[in-house]
Design a protein around this ligand. Sequence first.
Ligand SMILES: Cc1ncc(C[n+]2csc(CCOP(=O)(O)OP(=O)(O)O)c2C)c(N)n1
Length: 485
Amino acid sequence: MEGYQVIHEKSPAFYDNYDRKAEMQHQTHYCPGCGHGIAHKLIAEALTELGLKDRAILVSPVGCSVFAYYYFDVGNVQVAHGRAPAAATALKRSNPDSIVMAYQGDGDLAAIGTAEIIHAANRGENICVFFVNNSVYGMTGGQMAPTTLVGQKSTTSPWGRRAGNEGLPLHVCELLAALETPTYIERVALTDMKNIMKAKKAVKKALQIQKDHGGFSLIELLSPCPTILKMDPVVARKWVSETLAKAFPLGVFRDRKPELPVDAIVPHLTVAEALGVEEDQSNEPVIRRHHHTRDLTVKIAGFGGQGILLMGQLLAEMGLREQMEVSWLPSYGPEMRSGSAHCHVTLSHDRIGTPLISQPEVLIAMNELSLHKFASSVASGGLVLYNGTKLPEGFSAKQARVVCVPVSEIADRLGSAKVANVVMLGALLEETECLPAETAMAVIETMVKNPKMLALDRQAIAAGCDYVDTQIEIGAVSQPDGYSY
Ligand SMILES: Cc1ncc(C[n+]2csc(CCOP(=O)(O)OP(=O)(O)O)c2C)c(N)n1
């Protein structure tokens, strides 16, 4: 047709080049004929056409589409297996102007994530869920999924799925349509041009509903997985349209306003309103601290049983008392005692972006293993407090100042090995002046009721403070240039 031109181009909702990929950055990681690529394209086009790209947040799953964030030039959050609807809920509620999409496979959504999807749908969250059903666990090599058909072979059902043993395939659209709150639920198929166009319409409609504050939508996209099905791409598409779509009928399962008014689902109340208290409208500056406090990131490491996690909790609790922002992130093995344990604590006067600390300003190493393992991660100019009289042979920390405090020995002398962590807390407070020792005692008093233990804790804090003071006086401290603690 004269004057008519078809332009094939990548949607602006995709990056021009997939820089996050290690190699072959011009193409996706999907196998030839995989439906994920088509589903991505439809979402990208719909976002662009609705002008939503700059407000969009894609929550990517575990599964073949784990790298969706390589491709979409939108806000991206990668979540643990099955958790996309929960993360999407948090993202949408905390950023109501954003357009939040959970993208999930059938293993992700209908197996490990069953609870999340049902409850997000039942709450009527104003999010879009794109559910890619290829009838198998693709990424892990073809295990049986909740949507695997009766008789269909997989690596975990080599005899073919048997209804009496593994149950019948789970029909997610039908299941969710039984709830009162979802707004729009449709099943489409990525098989041929006509159905792909229908799928595009459904994806766009779901996004439009969210834009209009309309509530929860889920689009199930039946999708070919030629690699796992061991079919060529054309045959795989035919199998989806002739076999999979027979078991999972296409169509609209819900297209109506929620039966409960949206306001009843998500009341727009401030915390003060909900609690029935008056909000402070004054512009008076908030007095944020009572005492001298200081921002600090600390990693505390040792073995289970040394009170590592408790020391972190004490520190975080102290920060809270001083009206600081705090975070405490524990990490420990399955063993109750003797396994390695560590935690990260952040004390801050500003909001904390992440509780994870990759370069702590202070490392507390309660044993030699932790010293070797973590000393090199300490920020330049930082501090290491080591539980020992001297540094291990051959150990040196170039970027940090190291203070040896034999807290286990000091605790033994005080009469209980249990208070070694409290001695170390005293040493930390004295060395860094991050928080006052009185606050430590105020927190400990709320936890320890036995007067003898309380007296011991008091002595332990004082012993830790005193010990580091004497060390500095006698110069028993390794001290590179440029330290700040
Ligand atoms: C907590 C957890 N359990 C198991 C796995 C292993 N795992 C990775 S992908 C996957 C299945 C994904 O299948 P599906 O959601 O159907 O997506 P597809 O790969 O088929 O697109 C599993 C079980 C994991 N990464 N995390």
